[in-house]
Design a binder for this molecule. Structure first.
Ligand SMILES: C[S@@+](CC[C@H](N)C(=O)[O-])C[C@H]1O[C@@H](n2cnc3c(N)ncnc32)[C@H](O)[C@@H]1O
Length: 373
């Protein structure tokens, strides 16, 4: 079968992880670019990507790419694409997009040209001029970058970080996709005890447990393309069953989370239950000043408060000093901390063994990694 081209947008800095995840599910021609990863695969690869990707934002089909310096070029380029292979007669097909460094810069105008060109193509195929758009959703995105148009069809719907276990979150929660990335980079062993002394809604430990137990993060939610002709419901069901069977409940993973706020602890416990990992996680109310790794070996993965306002910044810096005192440098103990502070290492009191630039939303952060002793 002819391979379909795909694209997974992701947070800057996570491209290599997403590429690794795509290769693991059998995607081919995997190529990382700035904030996105391209690949090729069968319809099953696309279903698996939605079910299994921990660090990507969504899974898109790349329908075509062509130069578009004028509205005519945009219209003709879009009209030439085989839309009828994807959009049925009753499909709803809203168009969204963005433009950067391109002659065509008016988004509403481009949106309307793209829509008209798709309608023209479908008119020719379905032999009708009015489309009710009452059926399934086919969400189309275009991007114009340096006069190159790329047309994409979203297969995901609600972004992949919404796994379904976190209906609400405490203030400043970390995105599930970034949480999964932080744990993946730390590479815990199957029997590592994972700690998060600023657990908030529990995201890092929940993602850690799902990673250790090989649980597909998308199993608890639905996707926009379930039931498309290209991705029939029966295929989804079969891939879901395969994903369920791949989970390894017997892995001796443990996670210990704490937070100073009792409301956060309750929320983390509820989220862990919804994610199906409550049996290997424990949460308690505690101040980080009393933190210690209780087991002979352990790994801390955490995102402490950042303190973006002046007063809070001083409080956050005080916490970084405190962490330096309680995160003891001892055999078998490793620490991974994401923070935006340029002075973090100075306040913490030790130079990181490794650093990696990552973005928490729009905020540039560093992932400070301490694994030597
Ligand atoms: C940035 S949030 C962590 C968010 C978390 N990763 C999540 O996904 O929800 C920081 C957390 O640190 C907690 N916190 C603040 N000061 C603390 C302290 N002294 N000891 C322990 N936890 C504290 C806050 O209650 C908050 O939940």
């Amino acid at each position: 079968m002819k391979k379909i081209k795909g694209c997974v947008p992701c947070l800057f800095g996570l491209e290599a992880l997403v590429a690794e995840e795509l290769r693991k599910i059998g995607a081919e021609e995997v190529r990382a670019d700035n904030g996105r990863v391209y690949f090729e695969g069968t319809p099953e690869t696309f279903i698996d990507a939605n079910l299994w990707l921990r660090c990507g934002q969504r899974v898109e089909i790349v329908l075509g790419q062509f130069p578009a310096r004028t509205f005519e070029e945009l219209f003709e380029g879009v009209r030439k694409l085989p839309w009828e292979q994807f959009i049925p007669e009753d499909g709803r097909f809203p168009v969204k997009g963005h433009a950067l460094n391109s002659k065509l810069s008016s988004i509403p105008a481009c949106q309307s040209i793209v829509k008209k060109a798709i309608v023209r193509r479908l008119e020719g195929h379905y032999k009708r001029s009015v489309f009710q758009e009452s059926g399934m959703l086919y969400s189309i995105r275009f991007s114009l970058l340096k006069d190159q148009a790329v047309l994409m069809l979203d297969t995901t719907g609600t972004a992949l970080h919404k796994r379904g276990y976190r209906p609400a979150a405490m203030p400043a929660p970390i995105r599930e996709t970034l949480g999964a990335a932080l744990v993946s980079i730390a590479r815990p062993y199957p029997d590592t005890v994972l700690y998060d002394p600023f657990a908030g809604s529990g995201t890092l430990l929940i993602e850690g447990a799902m990673l250790a137990r090989n649980m597909a993060p998308g199993l608890g939610r639905g996707f926009i393309s379930e039931g498309w002709a290209l991705f029939p419901k029966a295929h989804w069901q079969q891939r879901r069953e395969a994903a369920r069977a791949a989970a390894k409940k017997e892995i001796p993973f443990r996670g210990i989370g704490s937070d100073i706020d009792p409301k956060a602890v309750k929320m983390a416990e509820d989220n862990a239950k919804r994610a199906g990992v409550a049996d290997c996680l424990e949460f308690k109310v505690a101040d980080v000043k009393d933190f210690k790794i209780e087991t002979p070996r352990g790994m801390v993965v955490t995102n402490p408060p950042y303190g973006e306002r002046l007063l809070e910044k001083e409080q956050a810096q005080e916490l970084y000093r405190l962490m330096g005192k309680v995160f003891l440098q001892e055999p078998g103990k490793r620490y991974f901390i994401i923070a935006p502070d340029a002075d973090f290492e100075k306040l913490f009191g030790r130079k990181a063994d490794k650093k990696r630039k990552l973005y928490n939303g729009m905020l540039e952060c560093n992932y400070f990694q301490y694994f030597k002793y």
